[in-house]
Design a protein around this ligand. Structure first.
Ligand code: ZN
Ligand code: FE
Ligand code: FE
Ligand code: ZN
Length: 267
């Protein structure tokens, strides 16, 4: 099994030491792991109400910690990061990303016009909104994320469903349009098992999305979005079974920001 989405306590909403995350990965005999903690958005010029990322000064320490864990591990440990895609900040994002030796960068959307719609403290805002418009805006932002060509993997692709708010009208055109764009831009997506732990109780992205990704040949990487050690590797057996059922035969890994496809049947 492979887990490319592991957080650390530096982001202030995950717990446990990196040694504990590694120990869990060793216990579950994962084939390869990657840490992908939240990049400091302050460096992108943003000051959120509620900080959910490491401090700017912690980034070098995070990189050193990943290197230290690499030295202790029996499996490959990759240096990843989860970066917020902030429309309008592409240039500074590009300048920052080249400074660090990441193996892969997850591009994630947690904010829409400054609203942290993935944060349990701000779910009240869904009530007053036209959910069709929220979905339209979210997936339009995903397309812009892909078109920016800044990232290797789209993090939790349909996380806008996290709290179980869905538009009343059919939104399957957004699935088709988004997957077409992802394919055109050559970006990979993540099958993120944290959805099963969230109120919606469904992996990110939905089966319809995964099937559309397969049809458009958009590669898939695997992640648990672990915020505590026991979550490392969680749900990934089920995720791989789902990928096989849909018809996938390969999964993506990265090295120095180059994609490598591995056969699913070795997991
Ligand atoms: Zn987080
Ligand atoms: Fe995220
Ligand atoms: Fe994450
Ligand atoms: Zn996350």
């Amino acid at each position: 099994m492979i887990d490319y989405h592991i957080h650390t306590s530096r982001c202030r909403h995950a717990v446990g030491t990196m040694e504990e995350y590694l120990a869990e990965a060793e216990k579950k005999r994962l084939l390869e792991i990657g840490f992908a903690d939240h990049f400091p958005v302050e460096l992108l010029g943003v000051q959120p109400d509620h900080q959910v990322n490491m401090d700017a000064g912690e980034l070098p320490l995070y990189l050193a910690d990943v290197a230290r864990i690499k030295g202790m591990a029996s499996m490959p440990v990759k240096t990843g990061v989860e970066m917020d895609y902030l429309p309008g900040r592409e240039k500074i994002t590009a300048e920052l990303l080249v400074r660090y030796p990441f193996d892969y960068v997850l591009g994630s959307i947690h904010y829409l016009n400054g609203w942290d719609f993935t944060h349990p403290g701000y779910t009240g805002e869904y009530a007053g909104k036209d959910l069709g418009l929220v979905y339209e805006r979210y997936f339009h932002t995903v397309e812009k994320l892909a078109a920016s060509r800044l990232f290797d993997i789209v993090g939790h692709l349909d996380v806008v469903k996290k709290f179980g708010f869905f538009p009343r009208e059919d939104w399957s055109h957004l699935v088709k349009r988004t997957c077409r764009t992802l394919a055109g831009e050559g970006i990979c997506i993540e099958l993120n098992t944290a959805g099963w732990r969230s109120p919606v109780k469904e992996q990110y992205p939905s089966e319809a999305f995964l099937a559309a990704c397969l049809a458009h040949r958009v590669p898939v990487a695997l992640g648990s979005d672990a915020h505590r050690p026991r979550e490392v590797g969680e749900g990934l057996d089920r995720a791989v079974a789902l990928l096989k059922k849909i018809g996938f035969t390969e999964v993506a890994v990265f090295e120095r920001r180059e994609i490598i496809m591995l056969p699913l049947n070795i997991l």
